[in-house]
Design a protein around this ligand. Structure first.
Ligand code: GDP
Length: 435
């Protein structure tokens, strides 16, 4: 998703970014292009209009920003506006030490039950005692589906009975919690194919009984702007507190996700990224904006690296990042595939790579070969790799000395990034690591 929009924005901004001075006409023309690109990506009309108006206003007001040239200033303004449009700061559902009751609401097919399972897995991993409630009183199949997912992620599921009243559900839930302590109850409510008055009444009645602390609306990115109309209706009837946008891995143009915050006024908490139980990401507006503009999602990589349990990296201080770590990382990354997506996430990879240093599977093999041809001493302390050593390593791995030079340069850049990340996560960067 966002690919086509991202490419267009990157093109427009690339052209601007090189300019040290911009004329008003240049800015105007590129703002028109940006607006077109947003509309083509199915961004809500008013959101696109506001977006461009805000960037233009700021671009005119401040021609030079610190050490950035005029073009770079516009790039930064567009980036910041994207972050704002996506919601600014990362938002999370409220999670108290106990008594959390979350409602999952949404239309049938949006991915509500799947997301419920994913959330259960996610919060269980964080040490929460989760209980799922399958609350569709009309569709046994929906309840069974949740039961299967509950088993899969190892979380108990309480199923309502056919036609059960909300008061009865409340009584059964209280009964359950007396014998099995749970601090997070996630209720998978009934879904229908379209907005249905009876369903809304039923949801409202269940809310009155169970007093949810969060009501998460699940919307499907593939349904475009229609998803946002649905969101508004749900909010009017059952007061939504936040959004889960599913199928972000699909080929939707992205406009719905990009407009969701502005149109509904609700924060996006999570993004669904696959059908699997692990396919749920916390929604970080800054990272999504960075990804749209091809700036590489440094923090996203770190989280995935942690997920993959890369102990080698965790054990060391950021400044220690040596060629051995790089080798380990590359091998890990090759295992994690799909390569295209992952490579974009590596610090500096998408842009900072030296010209002609294309990263594909073959290149990774070459890098692997190069580092494998080094001695342990060289890997741990690349500074000792002088001209003679470079020649030896090159012939050992069947590449040119130039390739070794490029590799060492790339490693230096990555090391800098790691240092920066270390600083961000140790101080000042509150919440940077996500939930
Ligand atoms: P519900 O009716 O809202 O409960 O929807 P389901 O949870 O049954 O999901 C409907 C379909 O969408 C299923 O085939 C899911 O596997 C699929 N799905 C849900 N979330 C995602 C997602 O984030 N990405 C992808 N690719 N598929 C998803």
């Amino acid at each position: 998703m966002f690919e086509s929009l991202g490419n267009k924005l990157q093109d427009i901004l690339d052209r601007l970014g090189r300019e040290s001075k911009l004329t008003e006409a240049q800015v105007k023309a590129s703002m028109r292009e940006i607006r077109m690109a947003l509309l083509e990506a199915d961004v809500n009309f008013n959101v696109a209009k506001d977006f461009v108006a805000k960037v233009s206003e700021k671009a005119v007001g401040q021609n030079v920003l610190g050490s950035l040239n005029a073009g770079q200033t516009v790039v930064k303004l567009v980036h910041d506006e994207l972050v704002d449009t996506l919601g600014g700061k990362t938002a999370q559902p409220e999670l108290k030490t106990q008594g959390n009751v979350w409602f999952m609401v949404g239309l049938q097919g949006a991915g509500k039950t799947t997301s419920t399972g994913k959330l259960a897995a996610h919060y269980k991993k964080k040490g929460r005692r989760v209980l799922l409630v399958a609350a569709d009183t009309q569709r046994p199949a929906a309840r069974d589906q949740l039961e299967v997912l509950g088993k899969q992620v190892g979380v108990p599921v309480l199923k309502v009975n056919d036609g059960e009243t909300p008061a009865e559900t409340k009584r059964r839930l209280d009964e359950y919690l007396k014998t099995d302590y749970r601090d997070l109850v996630i209720v998978d409510t009934a879904g229908r194919l379209q907005i249905d008055e009876a369903l809304m009444d039923q949801l409202a009645a269940l809310q009155t009984e169970l007093h949810p602390t969060e009501t998460l609306l699940v919307i499907d990115a593939m349904t475009g702007q229609e998803a946002l109309n649905v969101a508004q209706t749900f909010d009017q009837r059952v007061q939504v507190s936040g959004l889960v946008i599913t199928k972000m891995d699909g080929d939707a143009r992205g406009g719905a996700a990009l407009s969701a915050r502005s149109v509904t006024g609700k924060p996006i908490y999570f993004a669904g990224t696959s059908e699997k139980m692990t396919g749920l990401d916390q929604f970080h507006p800054d990272r999504v904006a960075g990804r749209i503009l091809g700036m590489g999602d440094v923090l996203g990589l770190i989280e995935r690296v942690q997920e993959a349990d890369m102990k080698a990296m965790e054990a060391k201080k950021p400044g220690d990042f040596d060629l051995e770590d790089l080798l380990n990382q590359l091998r890990q990354i090759r295992k994690m595939g799909p390569l295209g997506d992952l490579m974009k996430l590596i610090p500096g990879m998408s842009r900072a790579l030296p010209e002609g240093f294309n990263i594909d599977e073959k290149q990774l093999q070459r890098i692997d070969a190069m580092i494998s041809s080094m001695t342990v001493g060289e890997r741990r302390n690349p500074k000792i790799i002088d001209g003679r050593r470079r020649k030896r390593i090159a012939s050992g791995s069947g590449v040119d000395v130039q390739d070794i030079n490029k590799l060492l340069k790339m490693h230096e850049q990555m090391k800098e990034m790691m240092k920066m990340l270390g600083r961000m996560s140790s101080g000042g960067g509150k919440g940077m690591r996500g939930m």
